[in-house]
Design a protein around this ligand. Structure first.
Ligand SMILES: *Cc1c(COP(=O)(O)O)cnc(C)c1O
Length: 406
């Protein structure tokens, strides 16, 4: 697959209102009109390029949206105050009471909880299933189904969705394919593979500095305008609006995204290969042993690698906790949720987030209590990191001396 994602980004050029190389930050919640008629038309959604009120849109948010649409190859994009703000708006925009969703069973915990618990209020049901089983996905679709929902690379098990196959299925049934691409920006461009709507939590890799939460919906002009509709848009009416100051800081961070993703992937690939050789239970899509390796390979922009996430199963929760504490003591990273930071972040997702899956199956899939999810950082000397991590695992008897490769 050709890489025009970062090319599109590099083709964007901004001029601030005084000719600055960064666009000026819009510091207003409301906007003046010369004529009352124009204000009326803007309310009705009829005037392009006019701003009314910053919950609807603002220049800074549009600039950031433009950059995100460029990397995803969609017509446009709406930014939101969080990833969940993007996900919930999309779902509530597409579904009415008594509708139905077909979703991957291994998705972000918040999304899972929203579908499973919150959507009950609207009697919207979700069938959670193994998204890599295309037959099962097709069988689950009913006349009430309003979308197929998945993550391109799933949380926390790093399952890889076959977006082309899912998109064919979605088109056949006349429903949209919605893909959360938070784990694999640049590596995968779901819209180019047929996804209709692409969502990100910008909180993670795209912003990359763990200093804010934000999200985006990338899609067609029609859909993004519908989300902003003053009378019926879930984005507009639920009100998870990103602040302009934040939009501008995220836009600046985005300019190094291609370099960061390459480094995250390079470091994660290095560690995954070493850990696998050491006999550890490591899951990383860049390993040939990974069930989604070939699916990812055929969909990816090769130069960005297989991403920065890997999981290690260290056998028990006690082992996981001891290892994470020791790694943090050694300054190898932080015991913290989230991902995409310059330092490695690790947490134990445990068996709690994917309770749709029977317990034996969770263990079988590798969703045991001893699972640690790592978001590998931008370490300059990854070999030294590996040596230090290995030493921690030897001290804790997670690795036995005689099994370690030289
Ligand atoms: C973090 C995350 C979200 C939620 O995003 P927030 O910015 O925390 O609201 C959604 N999907 C995935 C895959 C995530 O990792």
């Amino acid at each position: 697959m050709s890489d025009n994602a970062s090319n599109n980004l590099q083709d964007l050029q901004y001029f601030g209102e005084y000719g600055g190389v960064n666009p000026s930050i819009s510091d207003s919640s409301t906007y003046t009109f010369i004529s009352a008629k124009t204000m009326f038309d803007t309310f009705e959604g009829n005037t392009e390029g006019c701003y009314l009120y910053s919950r609807h849109s603002s220049p800074s948010n549009l600039y950031l949206g433009e950059a995100l649409a460029a990397i995803e190859g969609t017509e446009t994009a709406n930014v939101t105050a969080s990833g969940m703000g993007a996900i919930t708006a999309v779902i509530l925009q597409l579904c009415d009471t008594d509708d139905h969703i077909v979703s991957s069973r291994t998705i972000y915990g918040g999304t899972y909880a929203f579908m499973k618990n919150f959507l009950k209020k609207f009697r919207i049901g979700t069938t959670f299933l193994d998204i890599t089983n295309i037959d099962a996905v097709e069988k689950a679709i009913t006349p009430k189904t309003k979308m197929i929902y998945c993550e391109s690379v799933s949380n926390p098990l790093l399952e890889v969705a076959d977006i082309e196959a899912l998109s064919k299925l979605a088109k056949k049934h006349g429903i949209p394919l919605v893909v959360d691409n938070t784990f694999s920006p640049l590596t995968i461009a779901p819209a180019k593979l047929g996804a209709d709507i692409v969502i990100h939590s910008l909180t993670k890799f795209i912003n990359g500095t763990s200093d804010c939460v934000a999200g985006v919906v990338c899609g067609t002009k029609d859909f993004c305008l519908a989300l902003k509709d003053v009378n019926s848009g879930a984005g507009m009416l639920l009100g998870s609006t990103l602040d302009s100051l934040r939009a501008s800081s995220i836009l600046k961070n985005m300019r190094t995204l291609h370099i960061r993703i390459q480094k995250h992937s390079e470091n994660a690939q290095y560690l995954a290969e070493k850990f696998e050789k050491d006999g550890l239970r490591v899951v990383y899509p860049g390993l040939e042993s990974h069930t989604g390796h070939n699916t990812l390979k055929k969909q990816m922009n090769t130069k960005y690698g297989f991403g920065g996430l890997l999981t290690l199963d260290v056998g028990s929760l006690e082992n996981a906790n001891a290892l994470m504490e020791m790694l943090q003591d050694q300054k190898l990273g932080y015991l913290a949720v989230s991902l995409g930071f310059y330092k490695t972040l690790f947490s134990a997702p445990g068996t709690s987030t994917s309770s749709e899956i029977p317990m034996e199956e969770q263990i079988e899939m590798g969703l045991g209590d001893g699972l640690i999810r790592f978001s590998i950082g931008l370490d300059n000397d990854i070999h030294r990191t590996y040596e230090m991590m290995k030493s921690c695992m030897l001290q804790l008897n997670i690795l036995k001396k005689n099994t370690v490769t030289a």
